[in-house]
Ligand binder design. Structure first.
Ligand code: GDD
Ligand code: MN
Length: 391
């Protein structure tokens, strides 16, 4: 990536406008002028042009223009010269990586996307506290001008496929004109295949809040569209990859539910083993190795079973083999605390079910044991062994 030396570098912009260009010699200066006339008020803004070594000299034209144009306070323009045509999404991603603003605007350079609505899009992003603002052709008030019927139908079709297949609610996920909060893509990896950068962002930031504002897409007056057969192949490839990406995420979610259930299963098994330990030890101290008073024997039985439950749950259920003294004592105290509360809860459930709701004792006991053990499980998972509840 080579940067122009003669342009004041941005570095502290609030808003970054990304403009990918390929053979836009007839449009680029006009669009730069129009953007300069429609900058958001009182906002440090930078425009980043990402040119793919356009054979028509777009890159050079911008360089020459930047040498002659009068600087505007609080506004800078950068050019990134790439060596070859690598695709629109890839150019956008490149621009984003270079951008310094928290708010990123993405748009075309051929006047299909009116710069007049940039301030409104940015304002909408700020005011409605959403993460992405999409300029949409497909909501009320939006339109397409100058496209032949064939391209209109293809666009609508591709949009429907993407929305259904990838479960997207945005009405124009294929828009090339959008503004977003940079932090929502932090840590994400992008394929950046073909033209549909917004679609990929929408799929990978499912929780993001999206707002759409209508605009009229006007087909270009100068130069020609770069959409060709390859672009359509890229579209299919990119939707397919995003589809698989979505499947992978659901699989991971499923795995976390499986993990949750298997841990719950182990916890209940340990609980059952505790009953056996309690029974055997209590008997042993009454009639086996000693002849204690049965209450004392039972107390020993309870202590033994709570302790064996603790050790088994620590090592087996929650897979924690760190037996550092302080850590283990803390965990043990919490475990005992939760068990005692659990016992009280169990008692009061049995009491109310039998006494107030007239249930039979065995049924009441089963319900009470299940409720109390489940509560014990959740509390120990979260509090004693510091795990997320889910997963
Ligand atoms: N750097 C770079 N590299 N720029 C490119 C490339 C590339 O390989 N391909 C296209 N561009 C630039 C063009 O110079 C233009 O500024 C912009 O990307 C859009 O290209 P067009 O060829 O004009 O696309 P379109 O008008 O058919 O479709 C546009 O509008 C649709 C509706 O919003 C695109 O933005 C589509 O993604 C969008 O769906
Ligand atoms: Mn265009």
């Amino acid at each position: 990536m080579k940067l122009t030396e003669n342009v004041a570098r941005g570095g502290n912009a609030q808003v970054s406008i990304i403009i990918p260009t390929y053979n836009e010699s007839k449009n680029i200066i006009k669009i730069l002028k129009s953007i300069a006339a429609n900058l958001p008020k009182n906002t440090f803004t930078e425009t980043i042009i990402v040119d793919d070594n356009s054979p028509d000299g777009t890159g050079k034209i911008v360089e020459d223009y930047l040498l002659s144009v009068k600087k505007i306070a609080g506004y800078t323009i950068d050019v990134i010269h790439r060596t070859a045509k690598k695709g629109l999404s890839s150019a956008i991603l490149h621009g984003i990586q270079h951008a310094t603003g928290d708010t990123i605007v993405v748009m075309d350079s051929d006047f299909s996307h009116p710069p007049q609505i940039i301030p409104k899009m940015i304002e909408t992003l700020k005011k409605s506290q959403c993460d992405i603002v999409v300029a949409s052709r497909y909501i009320k008030g939006g339109m397409i001008q100058g496209w032949p019927l064939k391209r209109k139908i293809l666009s609508k079709l591709a949009t429907t496929v993407a929305k259904r297949g990838l479960r997207i609610n945005t009405s124009d996920p294929m828009s090339g004109f959008f503004v977003f909060n940079r932090k929502i893509i932090k840590g994400l990896k992008f394929d950046a295949i073909g033209f549909k950068m917004l679609l990929e962002i929408l799929v990978k930031t499912r929780e993001a809040n999206v707002k759409e504002i209508p605009y009229t897409f006007t087909d270009r007056k100068f130069g020609s569209s770069k959409v060709d057969f390859i672009t359509s192949v890229d579209y299919v490839r990119s939707v397919w990859r995003l589809y698989r990406y979505g499947k992978l995420i659901t699989k991971k979610e499923k795995r976390s539910s499986v993990r949750f259930l298997s841990k719950a299963g182990r916890f209940f098994t340990v609980g059952a083993s505790g009953l056996v330990v309690n029974y055997l030890i209590s008997l042993l101290f009454v009639a086996g190795i000693a002849d204690f008073w049965y209450i004392h024997a039972n107390i020993i039985g309870i202590i033994a079973s709570v302790t064996s439950n603790f050790i088994l749950n620590k090592v087996w259920t929650f897979e924690d083999t760190d037996f550092a003294v302080k850590r283990t004592i803390t965990q043990y105290s919490k475990f005992v605390g939760i068990s005692s509360i659990g016992a009280l809860v169990q008692l009061s459930i049995v009491f109310s079910l039998v006494d107030v709701y007239q249930l039979t004792y065995p049924l009441a006991l089963i319900l009470a044991v299940i409720t109390a053990s489940f509560g014990n499980f959740i509390l120990n998972k979260k509090w004693t062994f510091k795990e997320k509840i889910w997963g």
